[in-house]
Design a protein around this ligand. Structure first.
Ligand SMILES: Nc1ncnc2c1ncn2[C@@H]1O[C@H](COP(=O)(O)OP(=O)(O)OP(=O)(O)O)[C@@H](O)[C@H]1O
Ligand SMILES: [Mg+2]
Length: 302
């Protein structure tokens, strides 16, 4: 072993002479990779990402992600902690510009559109948005203020149509009886439902939910999955993107899946093709068995 190490060292020393010069010349002659050109955005796509890369502190949070979501599609985004799901949603919801790549949302290209006009067309519910909801706001105001893309009611005037829509959405998620309650007094499950009602308030063309079932008990999760399934199965409902860690939380009605690991897409496409024991195992880095019954999924280690 010592001999092999020595000869490798000797090789390295020899390279400091003419060979190293030749090496440098060869390197200089290697053409730099051509910058990637992106196809024109698909006009029918609600979300159209091409080569999206997000780099922070030298790490790629997302690597060359290509993804298209169409109007009638309902997507689940699956991946372990830190895979880049929230980062992906932030880009797709016009909250974050990528380091590289082309992003088109609802036919508008990021960088060429006023994001403040674009954002009300996208319903987003995430833990970071939820944290900013004032505890002393009434539930009905939490939903109503979405119409003005603000949190915290000040002097805005809301018309009766808005109030009635807010009430209908609260009813759709089974929390209309809480309309007069202060948001801070709600349970985690009740808050989640109010957050989704808020995300739907602007009648968005796409709805993005980041871990809507996180922190819910079994009954709360099942109730939410049922309501999301009703939404996903409604042809009049907006395109849907749902982020989760758990296949058990995929509501029947979801049509497509994107699986993410370390910022890269493992699989993306129609649910039955993209979500398999193999792709799921690769995504989570362990051997998993995937079962499906009555439109619901479950997974466990082999
Ligand atoms: N501003 C930042 N600077 C450096 N790293 C960051 C930054 N923001 C996020 N990250 C890292 O990027 C990775 C992806 O984060 P992201 O929140 O998108 O993951 P996630 O898939 O949503 O994870 P989780 O399932 O835990 O919510 C994580 O490792 C996170 O620590
Ligand atoms: Mg996340």
């Amino acid at each position: 072993m010592a001999g092999a190490g020595a000869s490798a060292k000797a090789g390295a020393v020899a390279e400091t002479g003419a060979e190293a010069k030749a090496g440098a010349a060869a390197k200089a002659a290697t053409p730099a990779p051509a910058p990637r050109t992106y196809p024109e955005p698909d006009e029918d796509a609600v979300i159209d990402l091409a080569g999206v890369t997000v780099t922070r502190s030298g790490n790629d949070l997302l690597q060359e992600v290509d993804w298209q979501v169409r109007e009638d599609e309902r997507w689940v985004v699956l991946g372990p902690n830190g895979a880049g799901k929230t980062t992906l949603l932030s880009v797709a919801a016009a909250r974050l510009h990528p380091t590289r790549g082309r992003v088109a949302i609802l036919g508008e290209q990021l960088g060429k559109v006023d994001v403040f006009e674009l954002r009300p067309r996208i319903g987003l519910s995430s833990a970071s948005l939820a944290e900013r909801i004032p505890a002393d706001e009434t539930v009905s105001d939490v939903v109503l203020t979405a119409a003005y893309a603000v949190l915290g009611r000040f002097t805005e005037e809301y018309d009766a149509v808005d109030a009635s829509r807010g009430r209908t959405l609260l009813a759709q998620f089974g929390v209309d009886h809480l309309a007069a309650r202060l948001y801070g007094t709600l349970s985690e499950g009740e808050r989640k439902r109010v957050q989704i009602a808020r995300a739907l308030m602007t009648d968005p063309e796409v709805l993005m939910l980041d871990e809507p079932a996180a922190g819910l008990d079994l009954g709360g999760r099942e109730d939410l999955v049922r309501r999301l399934s009703t939404l996903a199965s409604d042809p009049a409902a907006p395109a849907l993107v749902l982020v989760t860690h758990h296949v058990e939380e995929i509501p029947p009605g979801i049509t497509h899946a994107l699986l993410l690991r370390e910022g890269a897409v493992v699989a993306a496409g129609p649910l039955a093709e993209a979500l398999t024991a193999e792709t799921l195992s690769k995504t989570f880095g362990l051997d998993l068995r995937l079962d499906q019954q009555d439109g619901r999924y479950s997974a466990r280690a082999c």
